[in-house]
Write a new protein. Structure first.
Length: 154
């Protein structure tokens, strides 16, 4: 593996984009299946209370997980090890939002109500807000100029 591959952000971008694409494809399939029977809102729908609470818990949990992770590397830790740590922390941080998005889609499928798309959109927007980026990586690990150059920055 070359140094360029080791310090690339491509793997995490592929994973994050795949998670987003999976939710969008699942939602599209559900919308296609239910295209003739969808309504905006159904009376007495218990999921209308459960889904937003689950989404709120997922958002709080995602932000809490980020604060729990240690982004301080020991002196002498390689950039490759810092990236590996950041990748795994990022995936764990995004998992609750992925679950909330999929839960919203399943609720839409079960209740034939497209109000759940709003919860999916909220989950995806938060997902995009906290997705891993080079800039966040540099900031969290306080990379020096040499490490930033290895990442292709500055």
């Amino acid at each position: 593996m070359s140094q360029e591959q080791i310090t690339s952000f491509a793997p995490i971008k592929i994973v994050v984009n795949s998670l987003i694409a999976g939710q969008l494809l699942f939602a599209s399939a559900v919308l296609f299946i239910l295209k003739d029977s969808l309504v905006f809102y159904k009376e007495g729908d218990m999921f209308l209370y459960i889904v937003p609470v689950f989404l709120l818990i997922a958002i709080i949990f995602s932000f809490s997980i980020d604060k729990l992770f240690s982004y301080h590397a020991e002196p002498g830790t390689s950039l490759k090890d810092k990236l590996a740590s950041y990748y795994s922390n990022s995936i764990v941080k995004l998992a609750p939002l992925e679950a909330a998005g999929i839960f919203s889609i399943v609720a839409m499928l079960l209740n034939e109500s497209y109000i759940y798309l709003t919860f999916l959109i909220i989950a995806l927007l938060v997902f995009l807000m906290i997705r891993p980026t080079k800039e966040k990586f540099v900031q969290k690990y306080k990379l020096d100029r040499d490490e930033q150059k290895q990442l292709g920055m500055r």
